[in-house]
Write a protein that binds this ligand. Structure first.
Ligand code: TZP
Ligand code: MG
Length: 224
């Protein structure tokens, strides 16, 4: 299987679907079906974020999701676990500030894989560029129940990061249909899209919600 269908492009960050196994459990659906619905609805990149899974289950889920994403030509990343990304030949990883440093991840994964890193400050954004990341995830933009103890940076914090960033940025945290417009209309340079968990996966129809959110994002982008 190819590493990815093509090199990473900033526009891949338009609608970034981040999975959550608790939500899939609540709605009684498999991770594969959840990801399939998101990409069919128009998600442009997918991250498998499995906080409580055993390694074997994580790898199994990764292989199933990778197959779906490849079929739809959508990049597929793994949260944190570089070993899982290598084992299934995912398109890359997303790491946090306390995870494997980007510089080390780049050495392990090589030049062709996608590496994203969460940043809350301009200083972290500057370092992400120097260390060889491909994109920055910035948030929480709004308060969220999905990630515990997550500090909210707000629209101001997001804009500060975007202004210094030499990398494309995706906003995350509490974003959904009702509040995505102010994010996309912030006029923040380098802001390419939004990453969402509950607004897609904690909904009855992932496909319908993804389509709706994508439409609002595209309309807001045109308005800027
Ligand atoms: N990182 C910062 S906020 C967040 C992550 C993973 C959770 C976002 O979840 P939601 O449901 O879209 O607010
Ligand atoms: Mg992490």
């Amino acid at each position: 299987m190819k590493s990815t269908r093509r090199p990473f492009e900033p526009s891949d960050l338009l609608l970034y679907a981040v999975t959550d196994s608790r939500m899939n459990k609540k709605w009684g659906r498999s991770i594969r079906d959840a990801v399939k619905a998101a990409v069919e609805g128009g998600a442009t990149i997918v991250q498998l974020r499995e906080k409580d899974a055993d390694t074997g289950d994580f790898l199994g889920a990764a292989k199933a999701c990778l197959e779906v994403c490849r079929h739809h030509g959508v990049p597929f990343l793994i949260n944190d676990r570089i070993d899982i990304a290598l084992a299934c030949d995912a398109d890359g990883v997303h790491v946090g500030q306390s995870d494997m440093p980007v510089r080390v991840a780049r050495t392990i994964l090589g030049p062709d894989k996608i590496i994203g890193i969460s940043c809350k400050t301009p200083e972290q954004a500057e370092k992400a560029w120097i260390d060889g990341a491909d994109y920055i995830g910035c948030g929480g933009v709004y308060p969220t129940n999905t990630k515990e103890n997550n500090i909210t940076v707000g629209l101001d914090g997001l804009k500060k990061v975007c202004l210094v960033s030499k990398l494309p940025v995706v906003a995350i945290g509490g974003i959904g249909i009702s509040n995505v417009k102010p994010v996309m209309e912030l006029g923040a340079p380098n802001l390419e899209g939004v990453a969402v968990v509950s607004a897609l996966f904690d909904r009855e129809s992932i496909l319908v919600e993804t389509e709706k959110l994508r439409r609002v994002i595209i309309d807001s982008t045109k308005a800027v």
